[in-house]
Design a protein around this ligand. Structure first.
Ligand SMILES: Nc1ncnc2c1ncn2[C@@H]1O[C@H](COP(=O)(O)OP(=O)(O)OP(=O)(O)O)[C@@H](O)[C@H]1O
Ligand SMILES: [Mg+2]
Length: 272
């Protein structure tokens, strides 16, 4: 699949990535492409290899085989620092925020602007800038993270990942622990990332979130690719089938019932 001239260039490309843990083949021959300004959802059942894929991309695990191409160069991502230097930032599911520290302190944890000797004021200004870019709803940056909602915390973690100005942002289950309004907030934020030209890889279990925000849906099943879908042309039924490998499940049965009802209505006497 070579992109047409109108499509943005592929930022990150995986080919034939494999990773085993002893006898377990967590990833086998996996391909994945992400372009600038594209949101790719990676979906799959428990144990499908999603987190392993994230960890390969964030420099936690070296792959056993395969090639990673970043901005047209073949790269080795030997450590989390190397991933960051390349421009691949990851927001892990646990977020790794410090409850007792405020938003600014969390954003700059470990990379305080010491060199500039502007620290406090500069960090506050930069924090506001970052959050404004994301249109984040956080009332004050001087508030401890413990006082924030789940959605606001996710926002802080995403803002922190943007500090190094990454090209690719990877979000592992960004809406898993969130309520309806907070989920909507985080999905808006993912739209902002796309608008700003980041390539986004979003791991998710939630089909509604995936269909709402993704440009491309890549399914992993038992550590292998099991289809790449365009959400505008795919039903959640088809994606669930690719995830589970079974064409007969609750989602497909409901869809069949719905189709039967629609067909029956169309055949009805009132229908013109
Ligand atoms: N460090 C490890 N050591 C041994 N086996 C592992 C390790 N990490 C993952 N695995 C195995 O690799 C497979 C893929 O796991 P992975 O965590 O990538 O799945 P996942 O798609 O993220 O699942 P979930 O939705 O449950 O988070 C599983 O069988 C898992 O048990
Ligand atoms: Mg996982």
């Amino acid at each position: 699949m070579s992109p047409s001239p109108s499509q943005p260039a592929t930022l990150l490309s995986l080919r034939g990535i494999s990773k085993t843990f002893g006898a377990v083949a967590a990833l086998t021959d996996v391909n994945l492409d992400v372009a600038a300004g594209e949101v790719v959802a990676v979906v799959g059942d428990n144990g499908a290899g999603k987190s392993t894929l994230v960890k390969v991309l964030s420099g936690v695990y070296p792959p056993d085989a395969g090639t990673i191409t970043f901005e047209s160069r073949t790269v080795t991502i030997a450590s989390p620092a190397a991933a960051q230097q390349l421009g691949i930032a990851t927001v892990f599911q646990d977020l790794a925020l410090c409850e007792n520290l405020n938003v600014i302190e969390n954003l700059f944890l470990g990379r305080e602007l010491r060199a500039l000797r502007l620290n406090d004021v500069a960090m506050e200004v930069r924090s506001r800038e970052l959050l404004d870019q994301l249109s984040a709803k956080i009332p004050t940056v001087r508030i401890p993270v413990a006082a924030l909602s789940g959605g606001q915390r996710q926002t802080v973690a995403i803002a922190r990942s943007l500090l190094g100005d990454p090209k690719v942002v990877i979000l592992d289950e960004p809406t898993a622990a969130l309520g309806v309004a907070q989920t909507a907030e985080v999905l808006n934020l993912i739209d902002r990332l796309r608008e700003r030209g980041h390539g986004v890889i979003m791991i998710s279990h939630n089909m509604a979130d995936v269909l709402a925000v993704a440009d491309t849906v890549a399914v992993l099943r038992l550590g292998r690719n099991n289809g790449v879908f365009d959400p505008l042309e795919t039903s959640s039924e088809q994606i669930v089938t690719a995830i589970t490998g079974a064409a007969d499940n609750a989602v497909t049965r409901r869809a069949r019932r719905a189709r039967r009802t629609t067909a029956a209505t169309k055949e009805g006497p009132d229908d013109e």
